[in-house]
Write a protein that binds this ligand. Sequence first.
Ligand code: XBP
Ligand code: MG
Length: 235
Amino acid sequence: MLQALIFDVDGTLADTESAHLAAFNQAFATLKLGWHWDQQLYTRLLKVAGGHERIAHFWQMHEPATAKHQDTPACIAAIHALKTRFYTEALQQSHLPLRPGVLDLLEAAAQLGLPLALATTTTPANIEALLRPQLGSLWRRWFAAVGDGSTAPRKKPDPQVYQQVLAQLKLPASACLAIEDSEIGLRAARAAGLSTLVAPSAYTRGQDFSQAWWLHEADEGRPLPRLSELRQRFA
Ligand code: XBP
Ligand code: MG
């Protein structure tokens, strides 16, 4: 029987990646780095989870000589902090809607007393910036467990964040369903032993989802499956 839903954040709760991309580029421009990521490059870079790790990966590929400098880790931290500021400010100014069907799922689960959780590689401030406008200032109360980039240093596809959330929920993986949008997220959830519903986003469509329990193509705003369908199929 299904006993909890564990949601990924970026790309799953909302289509956030264009806002992340804009914030990265705004940070690069502000710091006069001469870097600019277009959508095609960013789609490839998304295979590296975590903004910090993504910047480090790009730096290594783009400018390997300076990437080895002793000040580079501090520079990456500064770039990422600025990116987080731009991202959270952008979401405060223009709220991003949840993906179709997400709120229905959250509400149906809450009504049934089915615990909800978040398992994401993103920064806590980003979760707050996304969910406060949608769920209110008490948004954290919706979730029995939250794992994020600050709690799980080993980013997806490592299962660490899912393992942390399962430990907080005090439930076995076999009783929970993960909801993801990306191949690295799917691999992390599977490595933690979770069945996974995958609803690809524009940035992850076409990735390898062969390990998904249910692949839901959400073209043209098709909403996520309803909780009753998930419970029926999970049983
Ligand atoms: C997807 C990500 C995140 C964001 C950037 O996270 O890879 O890193 O792109 O967020 P999710 P940060 O696990 O929610 O799909 O810059 O805060 O790391
Ligand atoms: Mg995601």
